[in-house]
Design a protein around this ligand. Structure first.
Ligand code: SAH
Length: 241
């Protein structure tokens, strides 16, 4: 049995009861060490298998092997496991196995939803998630999605916006979307959602400060109707008020 658990963006308050119950039910916890550190209180006394970033395939293969021994395994993802998390990889691996291994995906609060609540109501209308990481996706595909999402006036939530190795991706993304997004379009930046160092900034597309953004940041770019009120970002649903 494998639980694939989204633990939310960081704080205990943003974990679902189902996630907590699944962690408590598991015999073995598998995950990236930063996330394991966020859930220590729920996994006391349990066997823990942790490894570093970019070892996702090994980690998930390991989880499948442990499940085959009859133990209940919990694979931990931050946010939601089905959004740039481990859910897909686990299901792909299990689909190749002859043995019948049960998998339960436990949903979590993804970073965009956590950030949106902190910013106000920026994703009240149609929106999309785009990851700026080209580790698993060719950059040309990312560019095309950015351009078309901006042209279609989606609210855009950027995951993996800026890392040390890819510090220029965010500026490039803004240049591409700038063809269709007005300079006055509101942009919300939330760092470390649900964690101790949580910080929020609201600015406009033209006044965007890329330096504020790192790898645990969510960037939300509004649509043509989004406006800023005090320090909140609001995208009208269309009601007449
Ligand atoms: N499965 C995760 C996403 C993993 S991809 C989820 O559903 O949230 C990693 C990216 O998610 C980061 O680069 C960042 O853009 C975003 N992210 C994850 N946790 C975050 C947090 N606590 N605060 C802000 N952004 C976060």
């Amino acid at each position: 049995m494998i639980y694939v658990i989204g633990i939310g963006p960081g704080s205990k308050e943003m974990m679902t009861l189902e996630a907590i119950n699944a962690m408590e039910d598991a015999d073995v916890i598998v995950g990236y060490k930063t996330y394991i550190n966020l859930i220590t209180e729920f996994i006391e006394g349990k066997e823990v298998v942790q490894n570093g970033m970019r070892q996702e395939i090994d980690r998930c293969k390991n989880a499948v092997e442990i499940a085959k021994t009859g133990k209940k395994v919990a694979v931990i993802s931050s946010g939601d496991a089905g959004i740039y998390g481990m859910a897909g990889l686990i299901l792909e691996l299990v689909s190749k196995e002859k043995e019948d291994i049960k998998v339960k995906i436990v949903p979590g609060v993804t970073a965009s939803i956590g950030a949106a609540a902190i910013l106000g109501a920026p994703i009240m209308h149609d929106f999309c998630h785009i990851s700026l990481s080209d580790l698993l996706t060719p950059w040309e595909v990312i560019e095309k999605r950015l351009r078309l999402a901006a042209e279609a006036d989606f609210v855009v939530c950027l995951y993996n916006p800026r890392s040390k190795g890819r510090s220029e991706h965010l500026a490039k993304a803004f240049k591409i979307m700038g063809e269709f997004k007005d300079g006055s379009t509101p942009v919300g930046i939330v760092k470390d959602v649900g964690r101790e160092k949580q910080e929020k900034f609201v600015c406009t597309f033209d006044s965007m400060d890329f330096e504020r953004v790192d790898m645990t940041t969510m960037v939300i770019i509004g649509n043509k109707s989004t406006f800023i009120h005090e320090d909140q970002m609001i995208t009208p649903r269309g009601y007449t008020v």
